[in-house]
Design a protein around this ligand. Structure first.
Ligand code: URA
Length: 298
């Protein structure tokens, strides 16, 4: 094996490390010590005779007015604001992307069309770091819908929600009240994995929200279970933390119909805090009673 071959795995491991750590955007072609640059005397910072790298905008990316991207090599002033932090779509701003998502989601009439729409939607930057779209699993005709936060590494690899350790726990919790994925529909508020398993940002959630809202409308369940705080807040609008919100039903309006949304703890949280499973168990018994139409499960 040549020296080059020996180094390859290190390079790949290094890249993997950075992707896992959340690095999802290249700002420049070479590393810079920005602290040293800020301390440098003013004239050095203002140097303007640097070479300029020009390249054509990639397909699908709205170029600046002069039709090229200009990268000064090496930039020496304080770090410029990133030119583009919101994906590579025509909808460069989160507000625009969310509006675009809303307009497009309204037009689809089936869950299959919604999945296809998401697969072609470039307005969320998470799409460009994820391996796969993670749309849904389980039975779309079920009267119960579980909504989590966002896919993790296992889900990203497989392309289905709740496939990893928290998915296994969710399956066990469902089994404890006589459910499985043949009688429940499972999805997330964000259908692409945030790099490094970080939480999705509020902007990413707001871009994806029209899609999950349309998904609920099309699946038309009788009951929703929100798993964890981000899903609960996005779906019910509550600002309460999950320990306060859990165990409660919130009204969720779809047209003239009101669906009930139960908040409970996320299985990933339960894996970290196993003692809290007793609270989740209470919530799942409430859920069972609601599915059975028992009085008091409101
Ligand atoms: N956590 C989630 O919220 N969703 C998944 O699909 C997996 C883990």
């Amino acid at each position: 094996m040549s020296q080059g071959d020996d180094r390859q795995p290190d390079l790949i491991a290094n890249l993997d490390f950075h992707v896992e750590a959340g690095l999802d955007l290249f700002l420049d072609e070479a590393p810079h010590d920005r602290f040293a640059e800020i301390d440098a005397p003013e004239p050095a910072r203002a140097a303007s005779s640097r070479p300029v790298l020009e390249r054509q905008a990639p397909e699908g990316v709205r170029p600046p007015a002069d039709e090229t991207f200009r990268t000064e090599l090496p930039p020496r002033g304080p770090a410029p604001p990133p030119a583009r932090t919101y994906g590579q779509s025509a909808s460069a701003r989160p507000g625009e992307a969310a509006g675009d998502a809303r307009a497009r989601a309204k037009d689809v009439q089936t869950l299959e069309e919604l999945e296809a729409l998401l697969a072609g939607f470039d307005g969320c930057p998470l799409k460009f770091t994820a391996k796969n779209l993670v749309f849904a699993d389980g039975n779309p005709a079920a009267k119960l819908m579980f909504i989590g936060e966002a896919p993790g590494a296992d889900e990203d690899r497989v392309g289905k929600p709740f496939m990893g350790r928290s998915g296994k726990l969710l399956d066990r919790m469902m089994a404890a009240i006589g459910l499985d994925r043949s009688n429940a529909y499972v999805t997330n508020i964000v259908p692409w994995r945030p790099p490094g398993n970080r939480n999705p940002t509020p902007q990413e959630v707001s871009i994806c929200k029209p899609f999950i809202e349309r998904q609920i409308e099309l699946a038309d369940p009788d009951l929703i279970v929100c798993l964890g705080s981000p899903a609960t807040q996005a779906i019910t609008g509550t600002k309460d933390g999950i320990l306060k919100a859990r165990g409660r039903f919130y009204p969720y309006r779809v047209g003239n119909r009101e669906i009930r949304a139960l908040a409970t703890l996320h299985p990933a949280y339960l894996l970290r805090q196993p003692l809290q499973k007793r609270l989740a168990w209470r919530d799942f018994r409430t859920l069972r009673a609601a599915l059975d139409g028992k009085a008091g499960a409101v």
